[in-house]
Design a protein around this ligand. Structure first.
Ligand code: NAD
Length: 245
């Protein structure tokens, strides 16, 4: 990935941060986007030690002007965008009957609408360059469903359909669009689960352990590589056998 320019959203913590580090180690110049002001600077410092030209923008992915500014500054600095990893995501869990309209809107805006917006923005330079790798972070529950997560599941299933459609629209330009669907990965998102819920999930995982952000990062890096150029519209499951596509 020498000299490739990669944007990673939600890169200040969890899976996104490890993905950004991994891409930097492979030679990419990484542009971090996140709404966490202090953590994003810490992440940038860590990544610049590996890939000195890397950059970070504090931006809420639900803000169109923030996204536009981040893409504009990326193009101004590097003149190209080769890789986009749409990783930023949140949960706001509740049974549907109690789910607020605000929680539905927030989850769909962060997890899905932002991906539409950012993908649309980066496609222009990618189409011009006739090269692009887009990796969207979905989830195993986007395929299986999950009670209490109708908003989150709708967003993650939406990403899979979205990726297939954009893959069809851009295949002739040497742009690939794929999903990685993590299972149960040890991050702040899963830390929030109570011990009983964690145990119940662990008992269903054939490999018997939670995955690590590194497990996901390897899958993302593969789909973001030149070598994965004949794979598009796919969903790569990283879940210890919890679900087999
Ligand atoms: P995390 O909470 O550790 O990190 C989420 C990241 O997204 C943070 O950097 C946060 O700053 C960023 N983010 C959230 N809202 C944002 C916004 N409005 N604007 C900009 N950035 C924002 O979560 P994680 O576990 O690392 O999750 C990363 C992705 O992986 C998410 O899309 C999540 O849905 C998906 N995923 C996680 C798991 C898991 O088990 N952890 C499983 C399946 C899918």
């Amino acid at each position: 990935m020498q000299d490739r320019v990669a944007i990673v959203t939600g890169a200040s913590s969890g899976i996104g941060r490890v993905v950004a580090i991994h891409l930097a180690k492979l030679g990419a110049r990484v542009v971090l986007i996140s709404n966490e002001s202090i953590r994003i600077l810490e992440a940038l410092e860590e990544i610049r030690a590996i890939s000195p030209e890397s950059e970070a923008f504090e931006a809420d992915v639900t803000s169109l002007p923030c996204l536009e500014e981040s893409v504009k500054l990326t193009i101004e600095k590097f003149g190209r965008i080769d890789i986009l990893v749409n990783n930023a995501g949140i949960t706001r869990d509740a049974l549907l009957i109690r789910m607020s309209h605000a929680d539905w809107d927030r989850v769909l805006n962060v997890n899905l609408t932002s991906v539409f917006r950012l993908t649309r923005m980066v496609l222009k330079p990618m189409m011009k360059a006739r090269y692009g790798r887009i990796v969207n972070i979905s989830s195993v529950v986007g395929v299986t469903g999950n009670p209490g997560q109708a908003n989150y599941v709708a967003s993650k299933a939406g990403l899979i359909g979205f990726s297939k459609s954009v893959a069809l629209e851009t295949a002739s330009r040497n742009i690939t669009v794929n999903c990685v669907a993590p299972g149960f990965i040890a991050t702040a998102m899963t830390d929030a689960l109570n011990p009983k819920a964690k145990e119940a999930i662990l008992s269903r995982i054939p490999m018997g352990t939670m995955g690590s952000p590194e497990d996901v990062a390897h899958a993302v890096a593969f789909l973001a590589s030149e070598q994965a150029g004949y794979i598009t519209g796919e969903t790569l499951h990283v879940n210890g056998g919890l679900y087999m596509g």
